[in-house]
Design a protein around this ligand. Structure first.
Ligand SMILES: NC(=O)c1ccc[n+]([C@@H]2O[C@H](COP(=O)([O-])OP(=O)(O)OC[C@H]3O[C@@H](n4cnc5c(N)ncnc54)[C@H](O)[C@@H]3O)[C@@H](O)[C@H]2O)c1
Length: 253
């Protein structure tokens, strides 16, 4: 018996080498039906296939660009067609382009902010009708300490702005959806390796702490240290972000 038996979870950006993939693995291991989704179709298929083989249960691969509304709506519809419900959304996808503000083009700004912030909004909005109908759900958004500590990742004003926005968005969201028995939490990650994870404290909607991350950067194609799934998922278990029994984290309006 896993803690997530019977749950259906979408984890965006889960075909990279980091937290997204580790989260997908952990949730599937705990019994959830997991949708692996990423902007790279081939990698999405490959990672879903790899995890399916590793865990002996099928993980659905649905390539999607979170910054594209139609793509997100198709992702959610495909999930509903397949499983009939959505219990957990993890807004993990992100892009990281190092650039000073003085040199930042509109394109660079949008490339980062649209994946992180607009993507979080698109995915959240798209799953809400199903969660509201079910009268249950958990939305987990990924923020970053960079929003408050620029020294930890210089030349990332766009990323800092997006992650600070995600924190505010999640608080506001939690206020709205609590009455529908839906939880919204934000995990504010540091830039440490996951195997040095520690509780960092969180100003989010309800989350209290976060696991640390691995090395910087997404886009996912570069080699990085492997991320232990247990560490990546420690937040969800320790803080009960996903567990339906975690009454303390449910927002009461
Ligand atoms: N790694 C860290 O040290 C750290 C620190 C603070 C916060 N975080 C946050 O944790 C999350 C995961 O970080 P990670 O480094 O483990 O990355 P990750 O390995 O989970 O990769 C993120 C994925 O997002 C995907 N992606 C990029 N653009 C996309 C789009 N338009 N649509 C869908 N997917 C897209 C990439 O292809 C990549 O696979 C991010 O939200 C990040 O901001 C990480």
């Amino acid at each position: 018996m896993g803690q997530l038996d019977g749950n259906v979870a979408i984890v965006t950006g889960s075909a990279g080498a980091g937290i997204g993939q580790a989260t997908a693995r952990l949730f599937a291991r705990e019994g959830a039906s997991v949708v692996v989704t990423d902007v790279h179709p081939a990698r999405t298929q490959r990672v879903a296939g790899m995890l399916s083989e590793e865990l002996g249960r099928e993980l659905l691969a649905v390539p999607a660009d979170v910054s594209d509304r139609a793509s997100v709506e198709a992702l959610v519809q495909t999930t509903l067609d397949r499983y009939g419900r959505i219990d957990v959304l993890v807004n993990n996808a992100y892009r990281d382009i190092e650039c000073t503000v003085a040199e930042m083009t509109d394109e660079i700004w949008h490339a980062v902010v649209d994946v992180c912030l607009l993507g979080t909004f698109y995915c959240t909005r798209a799953v809400l009708p199903a969660m509201m109908q079910q009268r249950s759900g958990s939305i987990i958004n990924l923020a970053s300490i960079v929003a408050w500590n620029a020294e930890s990742a210089p030349r990332r004003a766009h990323y800092a702005a997006a992650k600070a926005g995600i924190q505010g968005f999640t608080r506001a969201l939690a206020m709205e959806v609590g009455a529908h028995n839906i939880r919204a939490n934000v995990a504010r990650l540091g830039a440490e390796r996951l195997d040095q994870a520690h509780a960092a404290g969180d100003g989010g909607a309800h989350g209290r702490a976060a696991p640390a991350g691995t090395g910087r950067g997404a886009g996912g194609d570069r080699e990085r240290d492997p991320v232990p799934g247990e560490r990546a998922g420690a937040l969800y278990h320790r803080r009960g972000v996903v567990d339906r029994r975690a009454e303390g984290l449910r927002h009461s309006p």
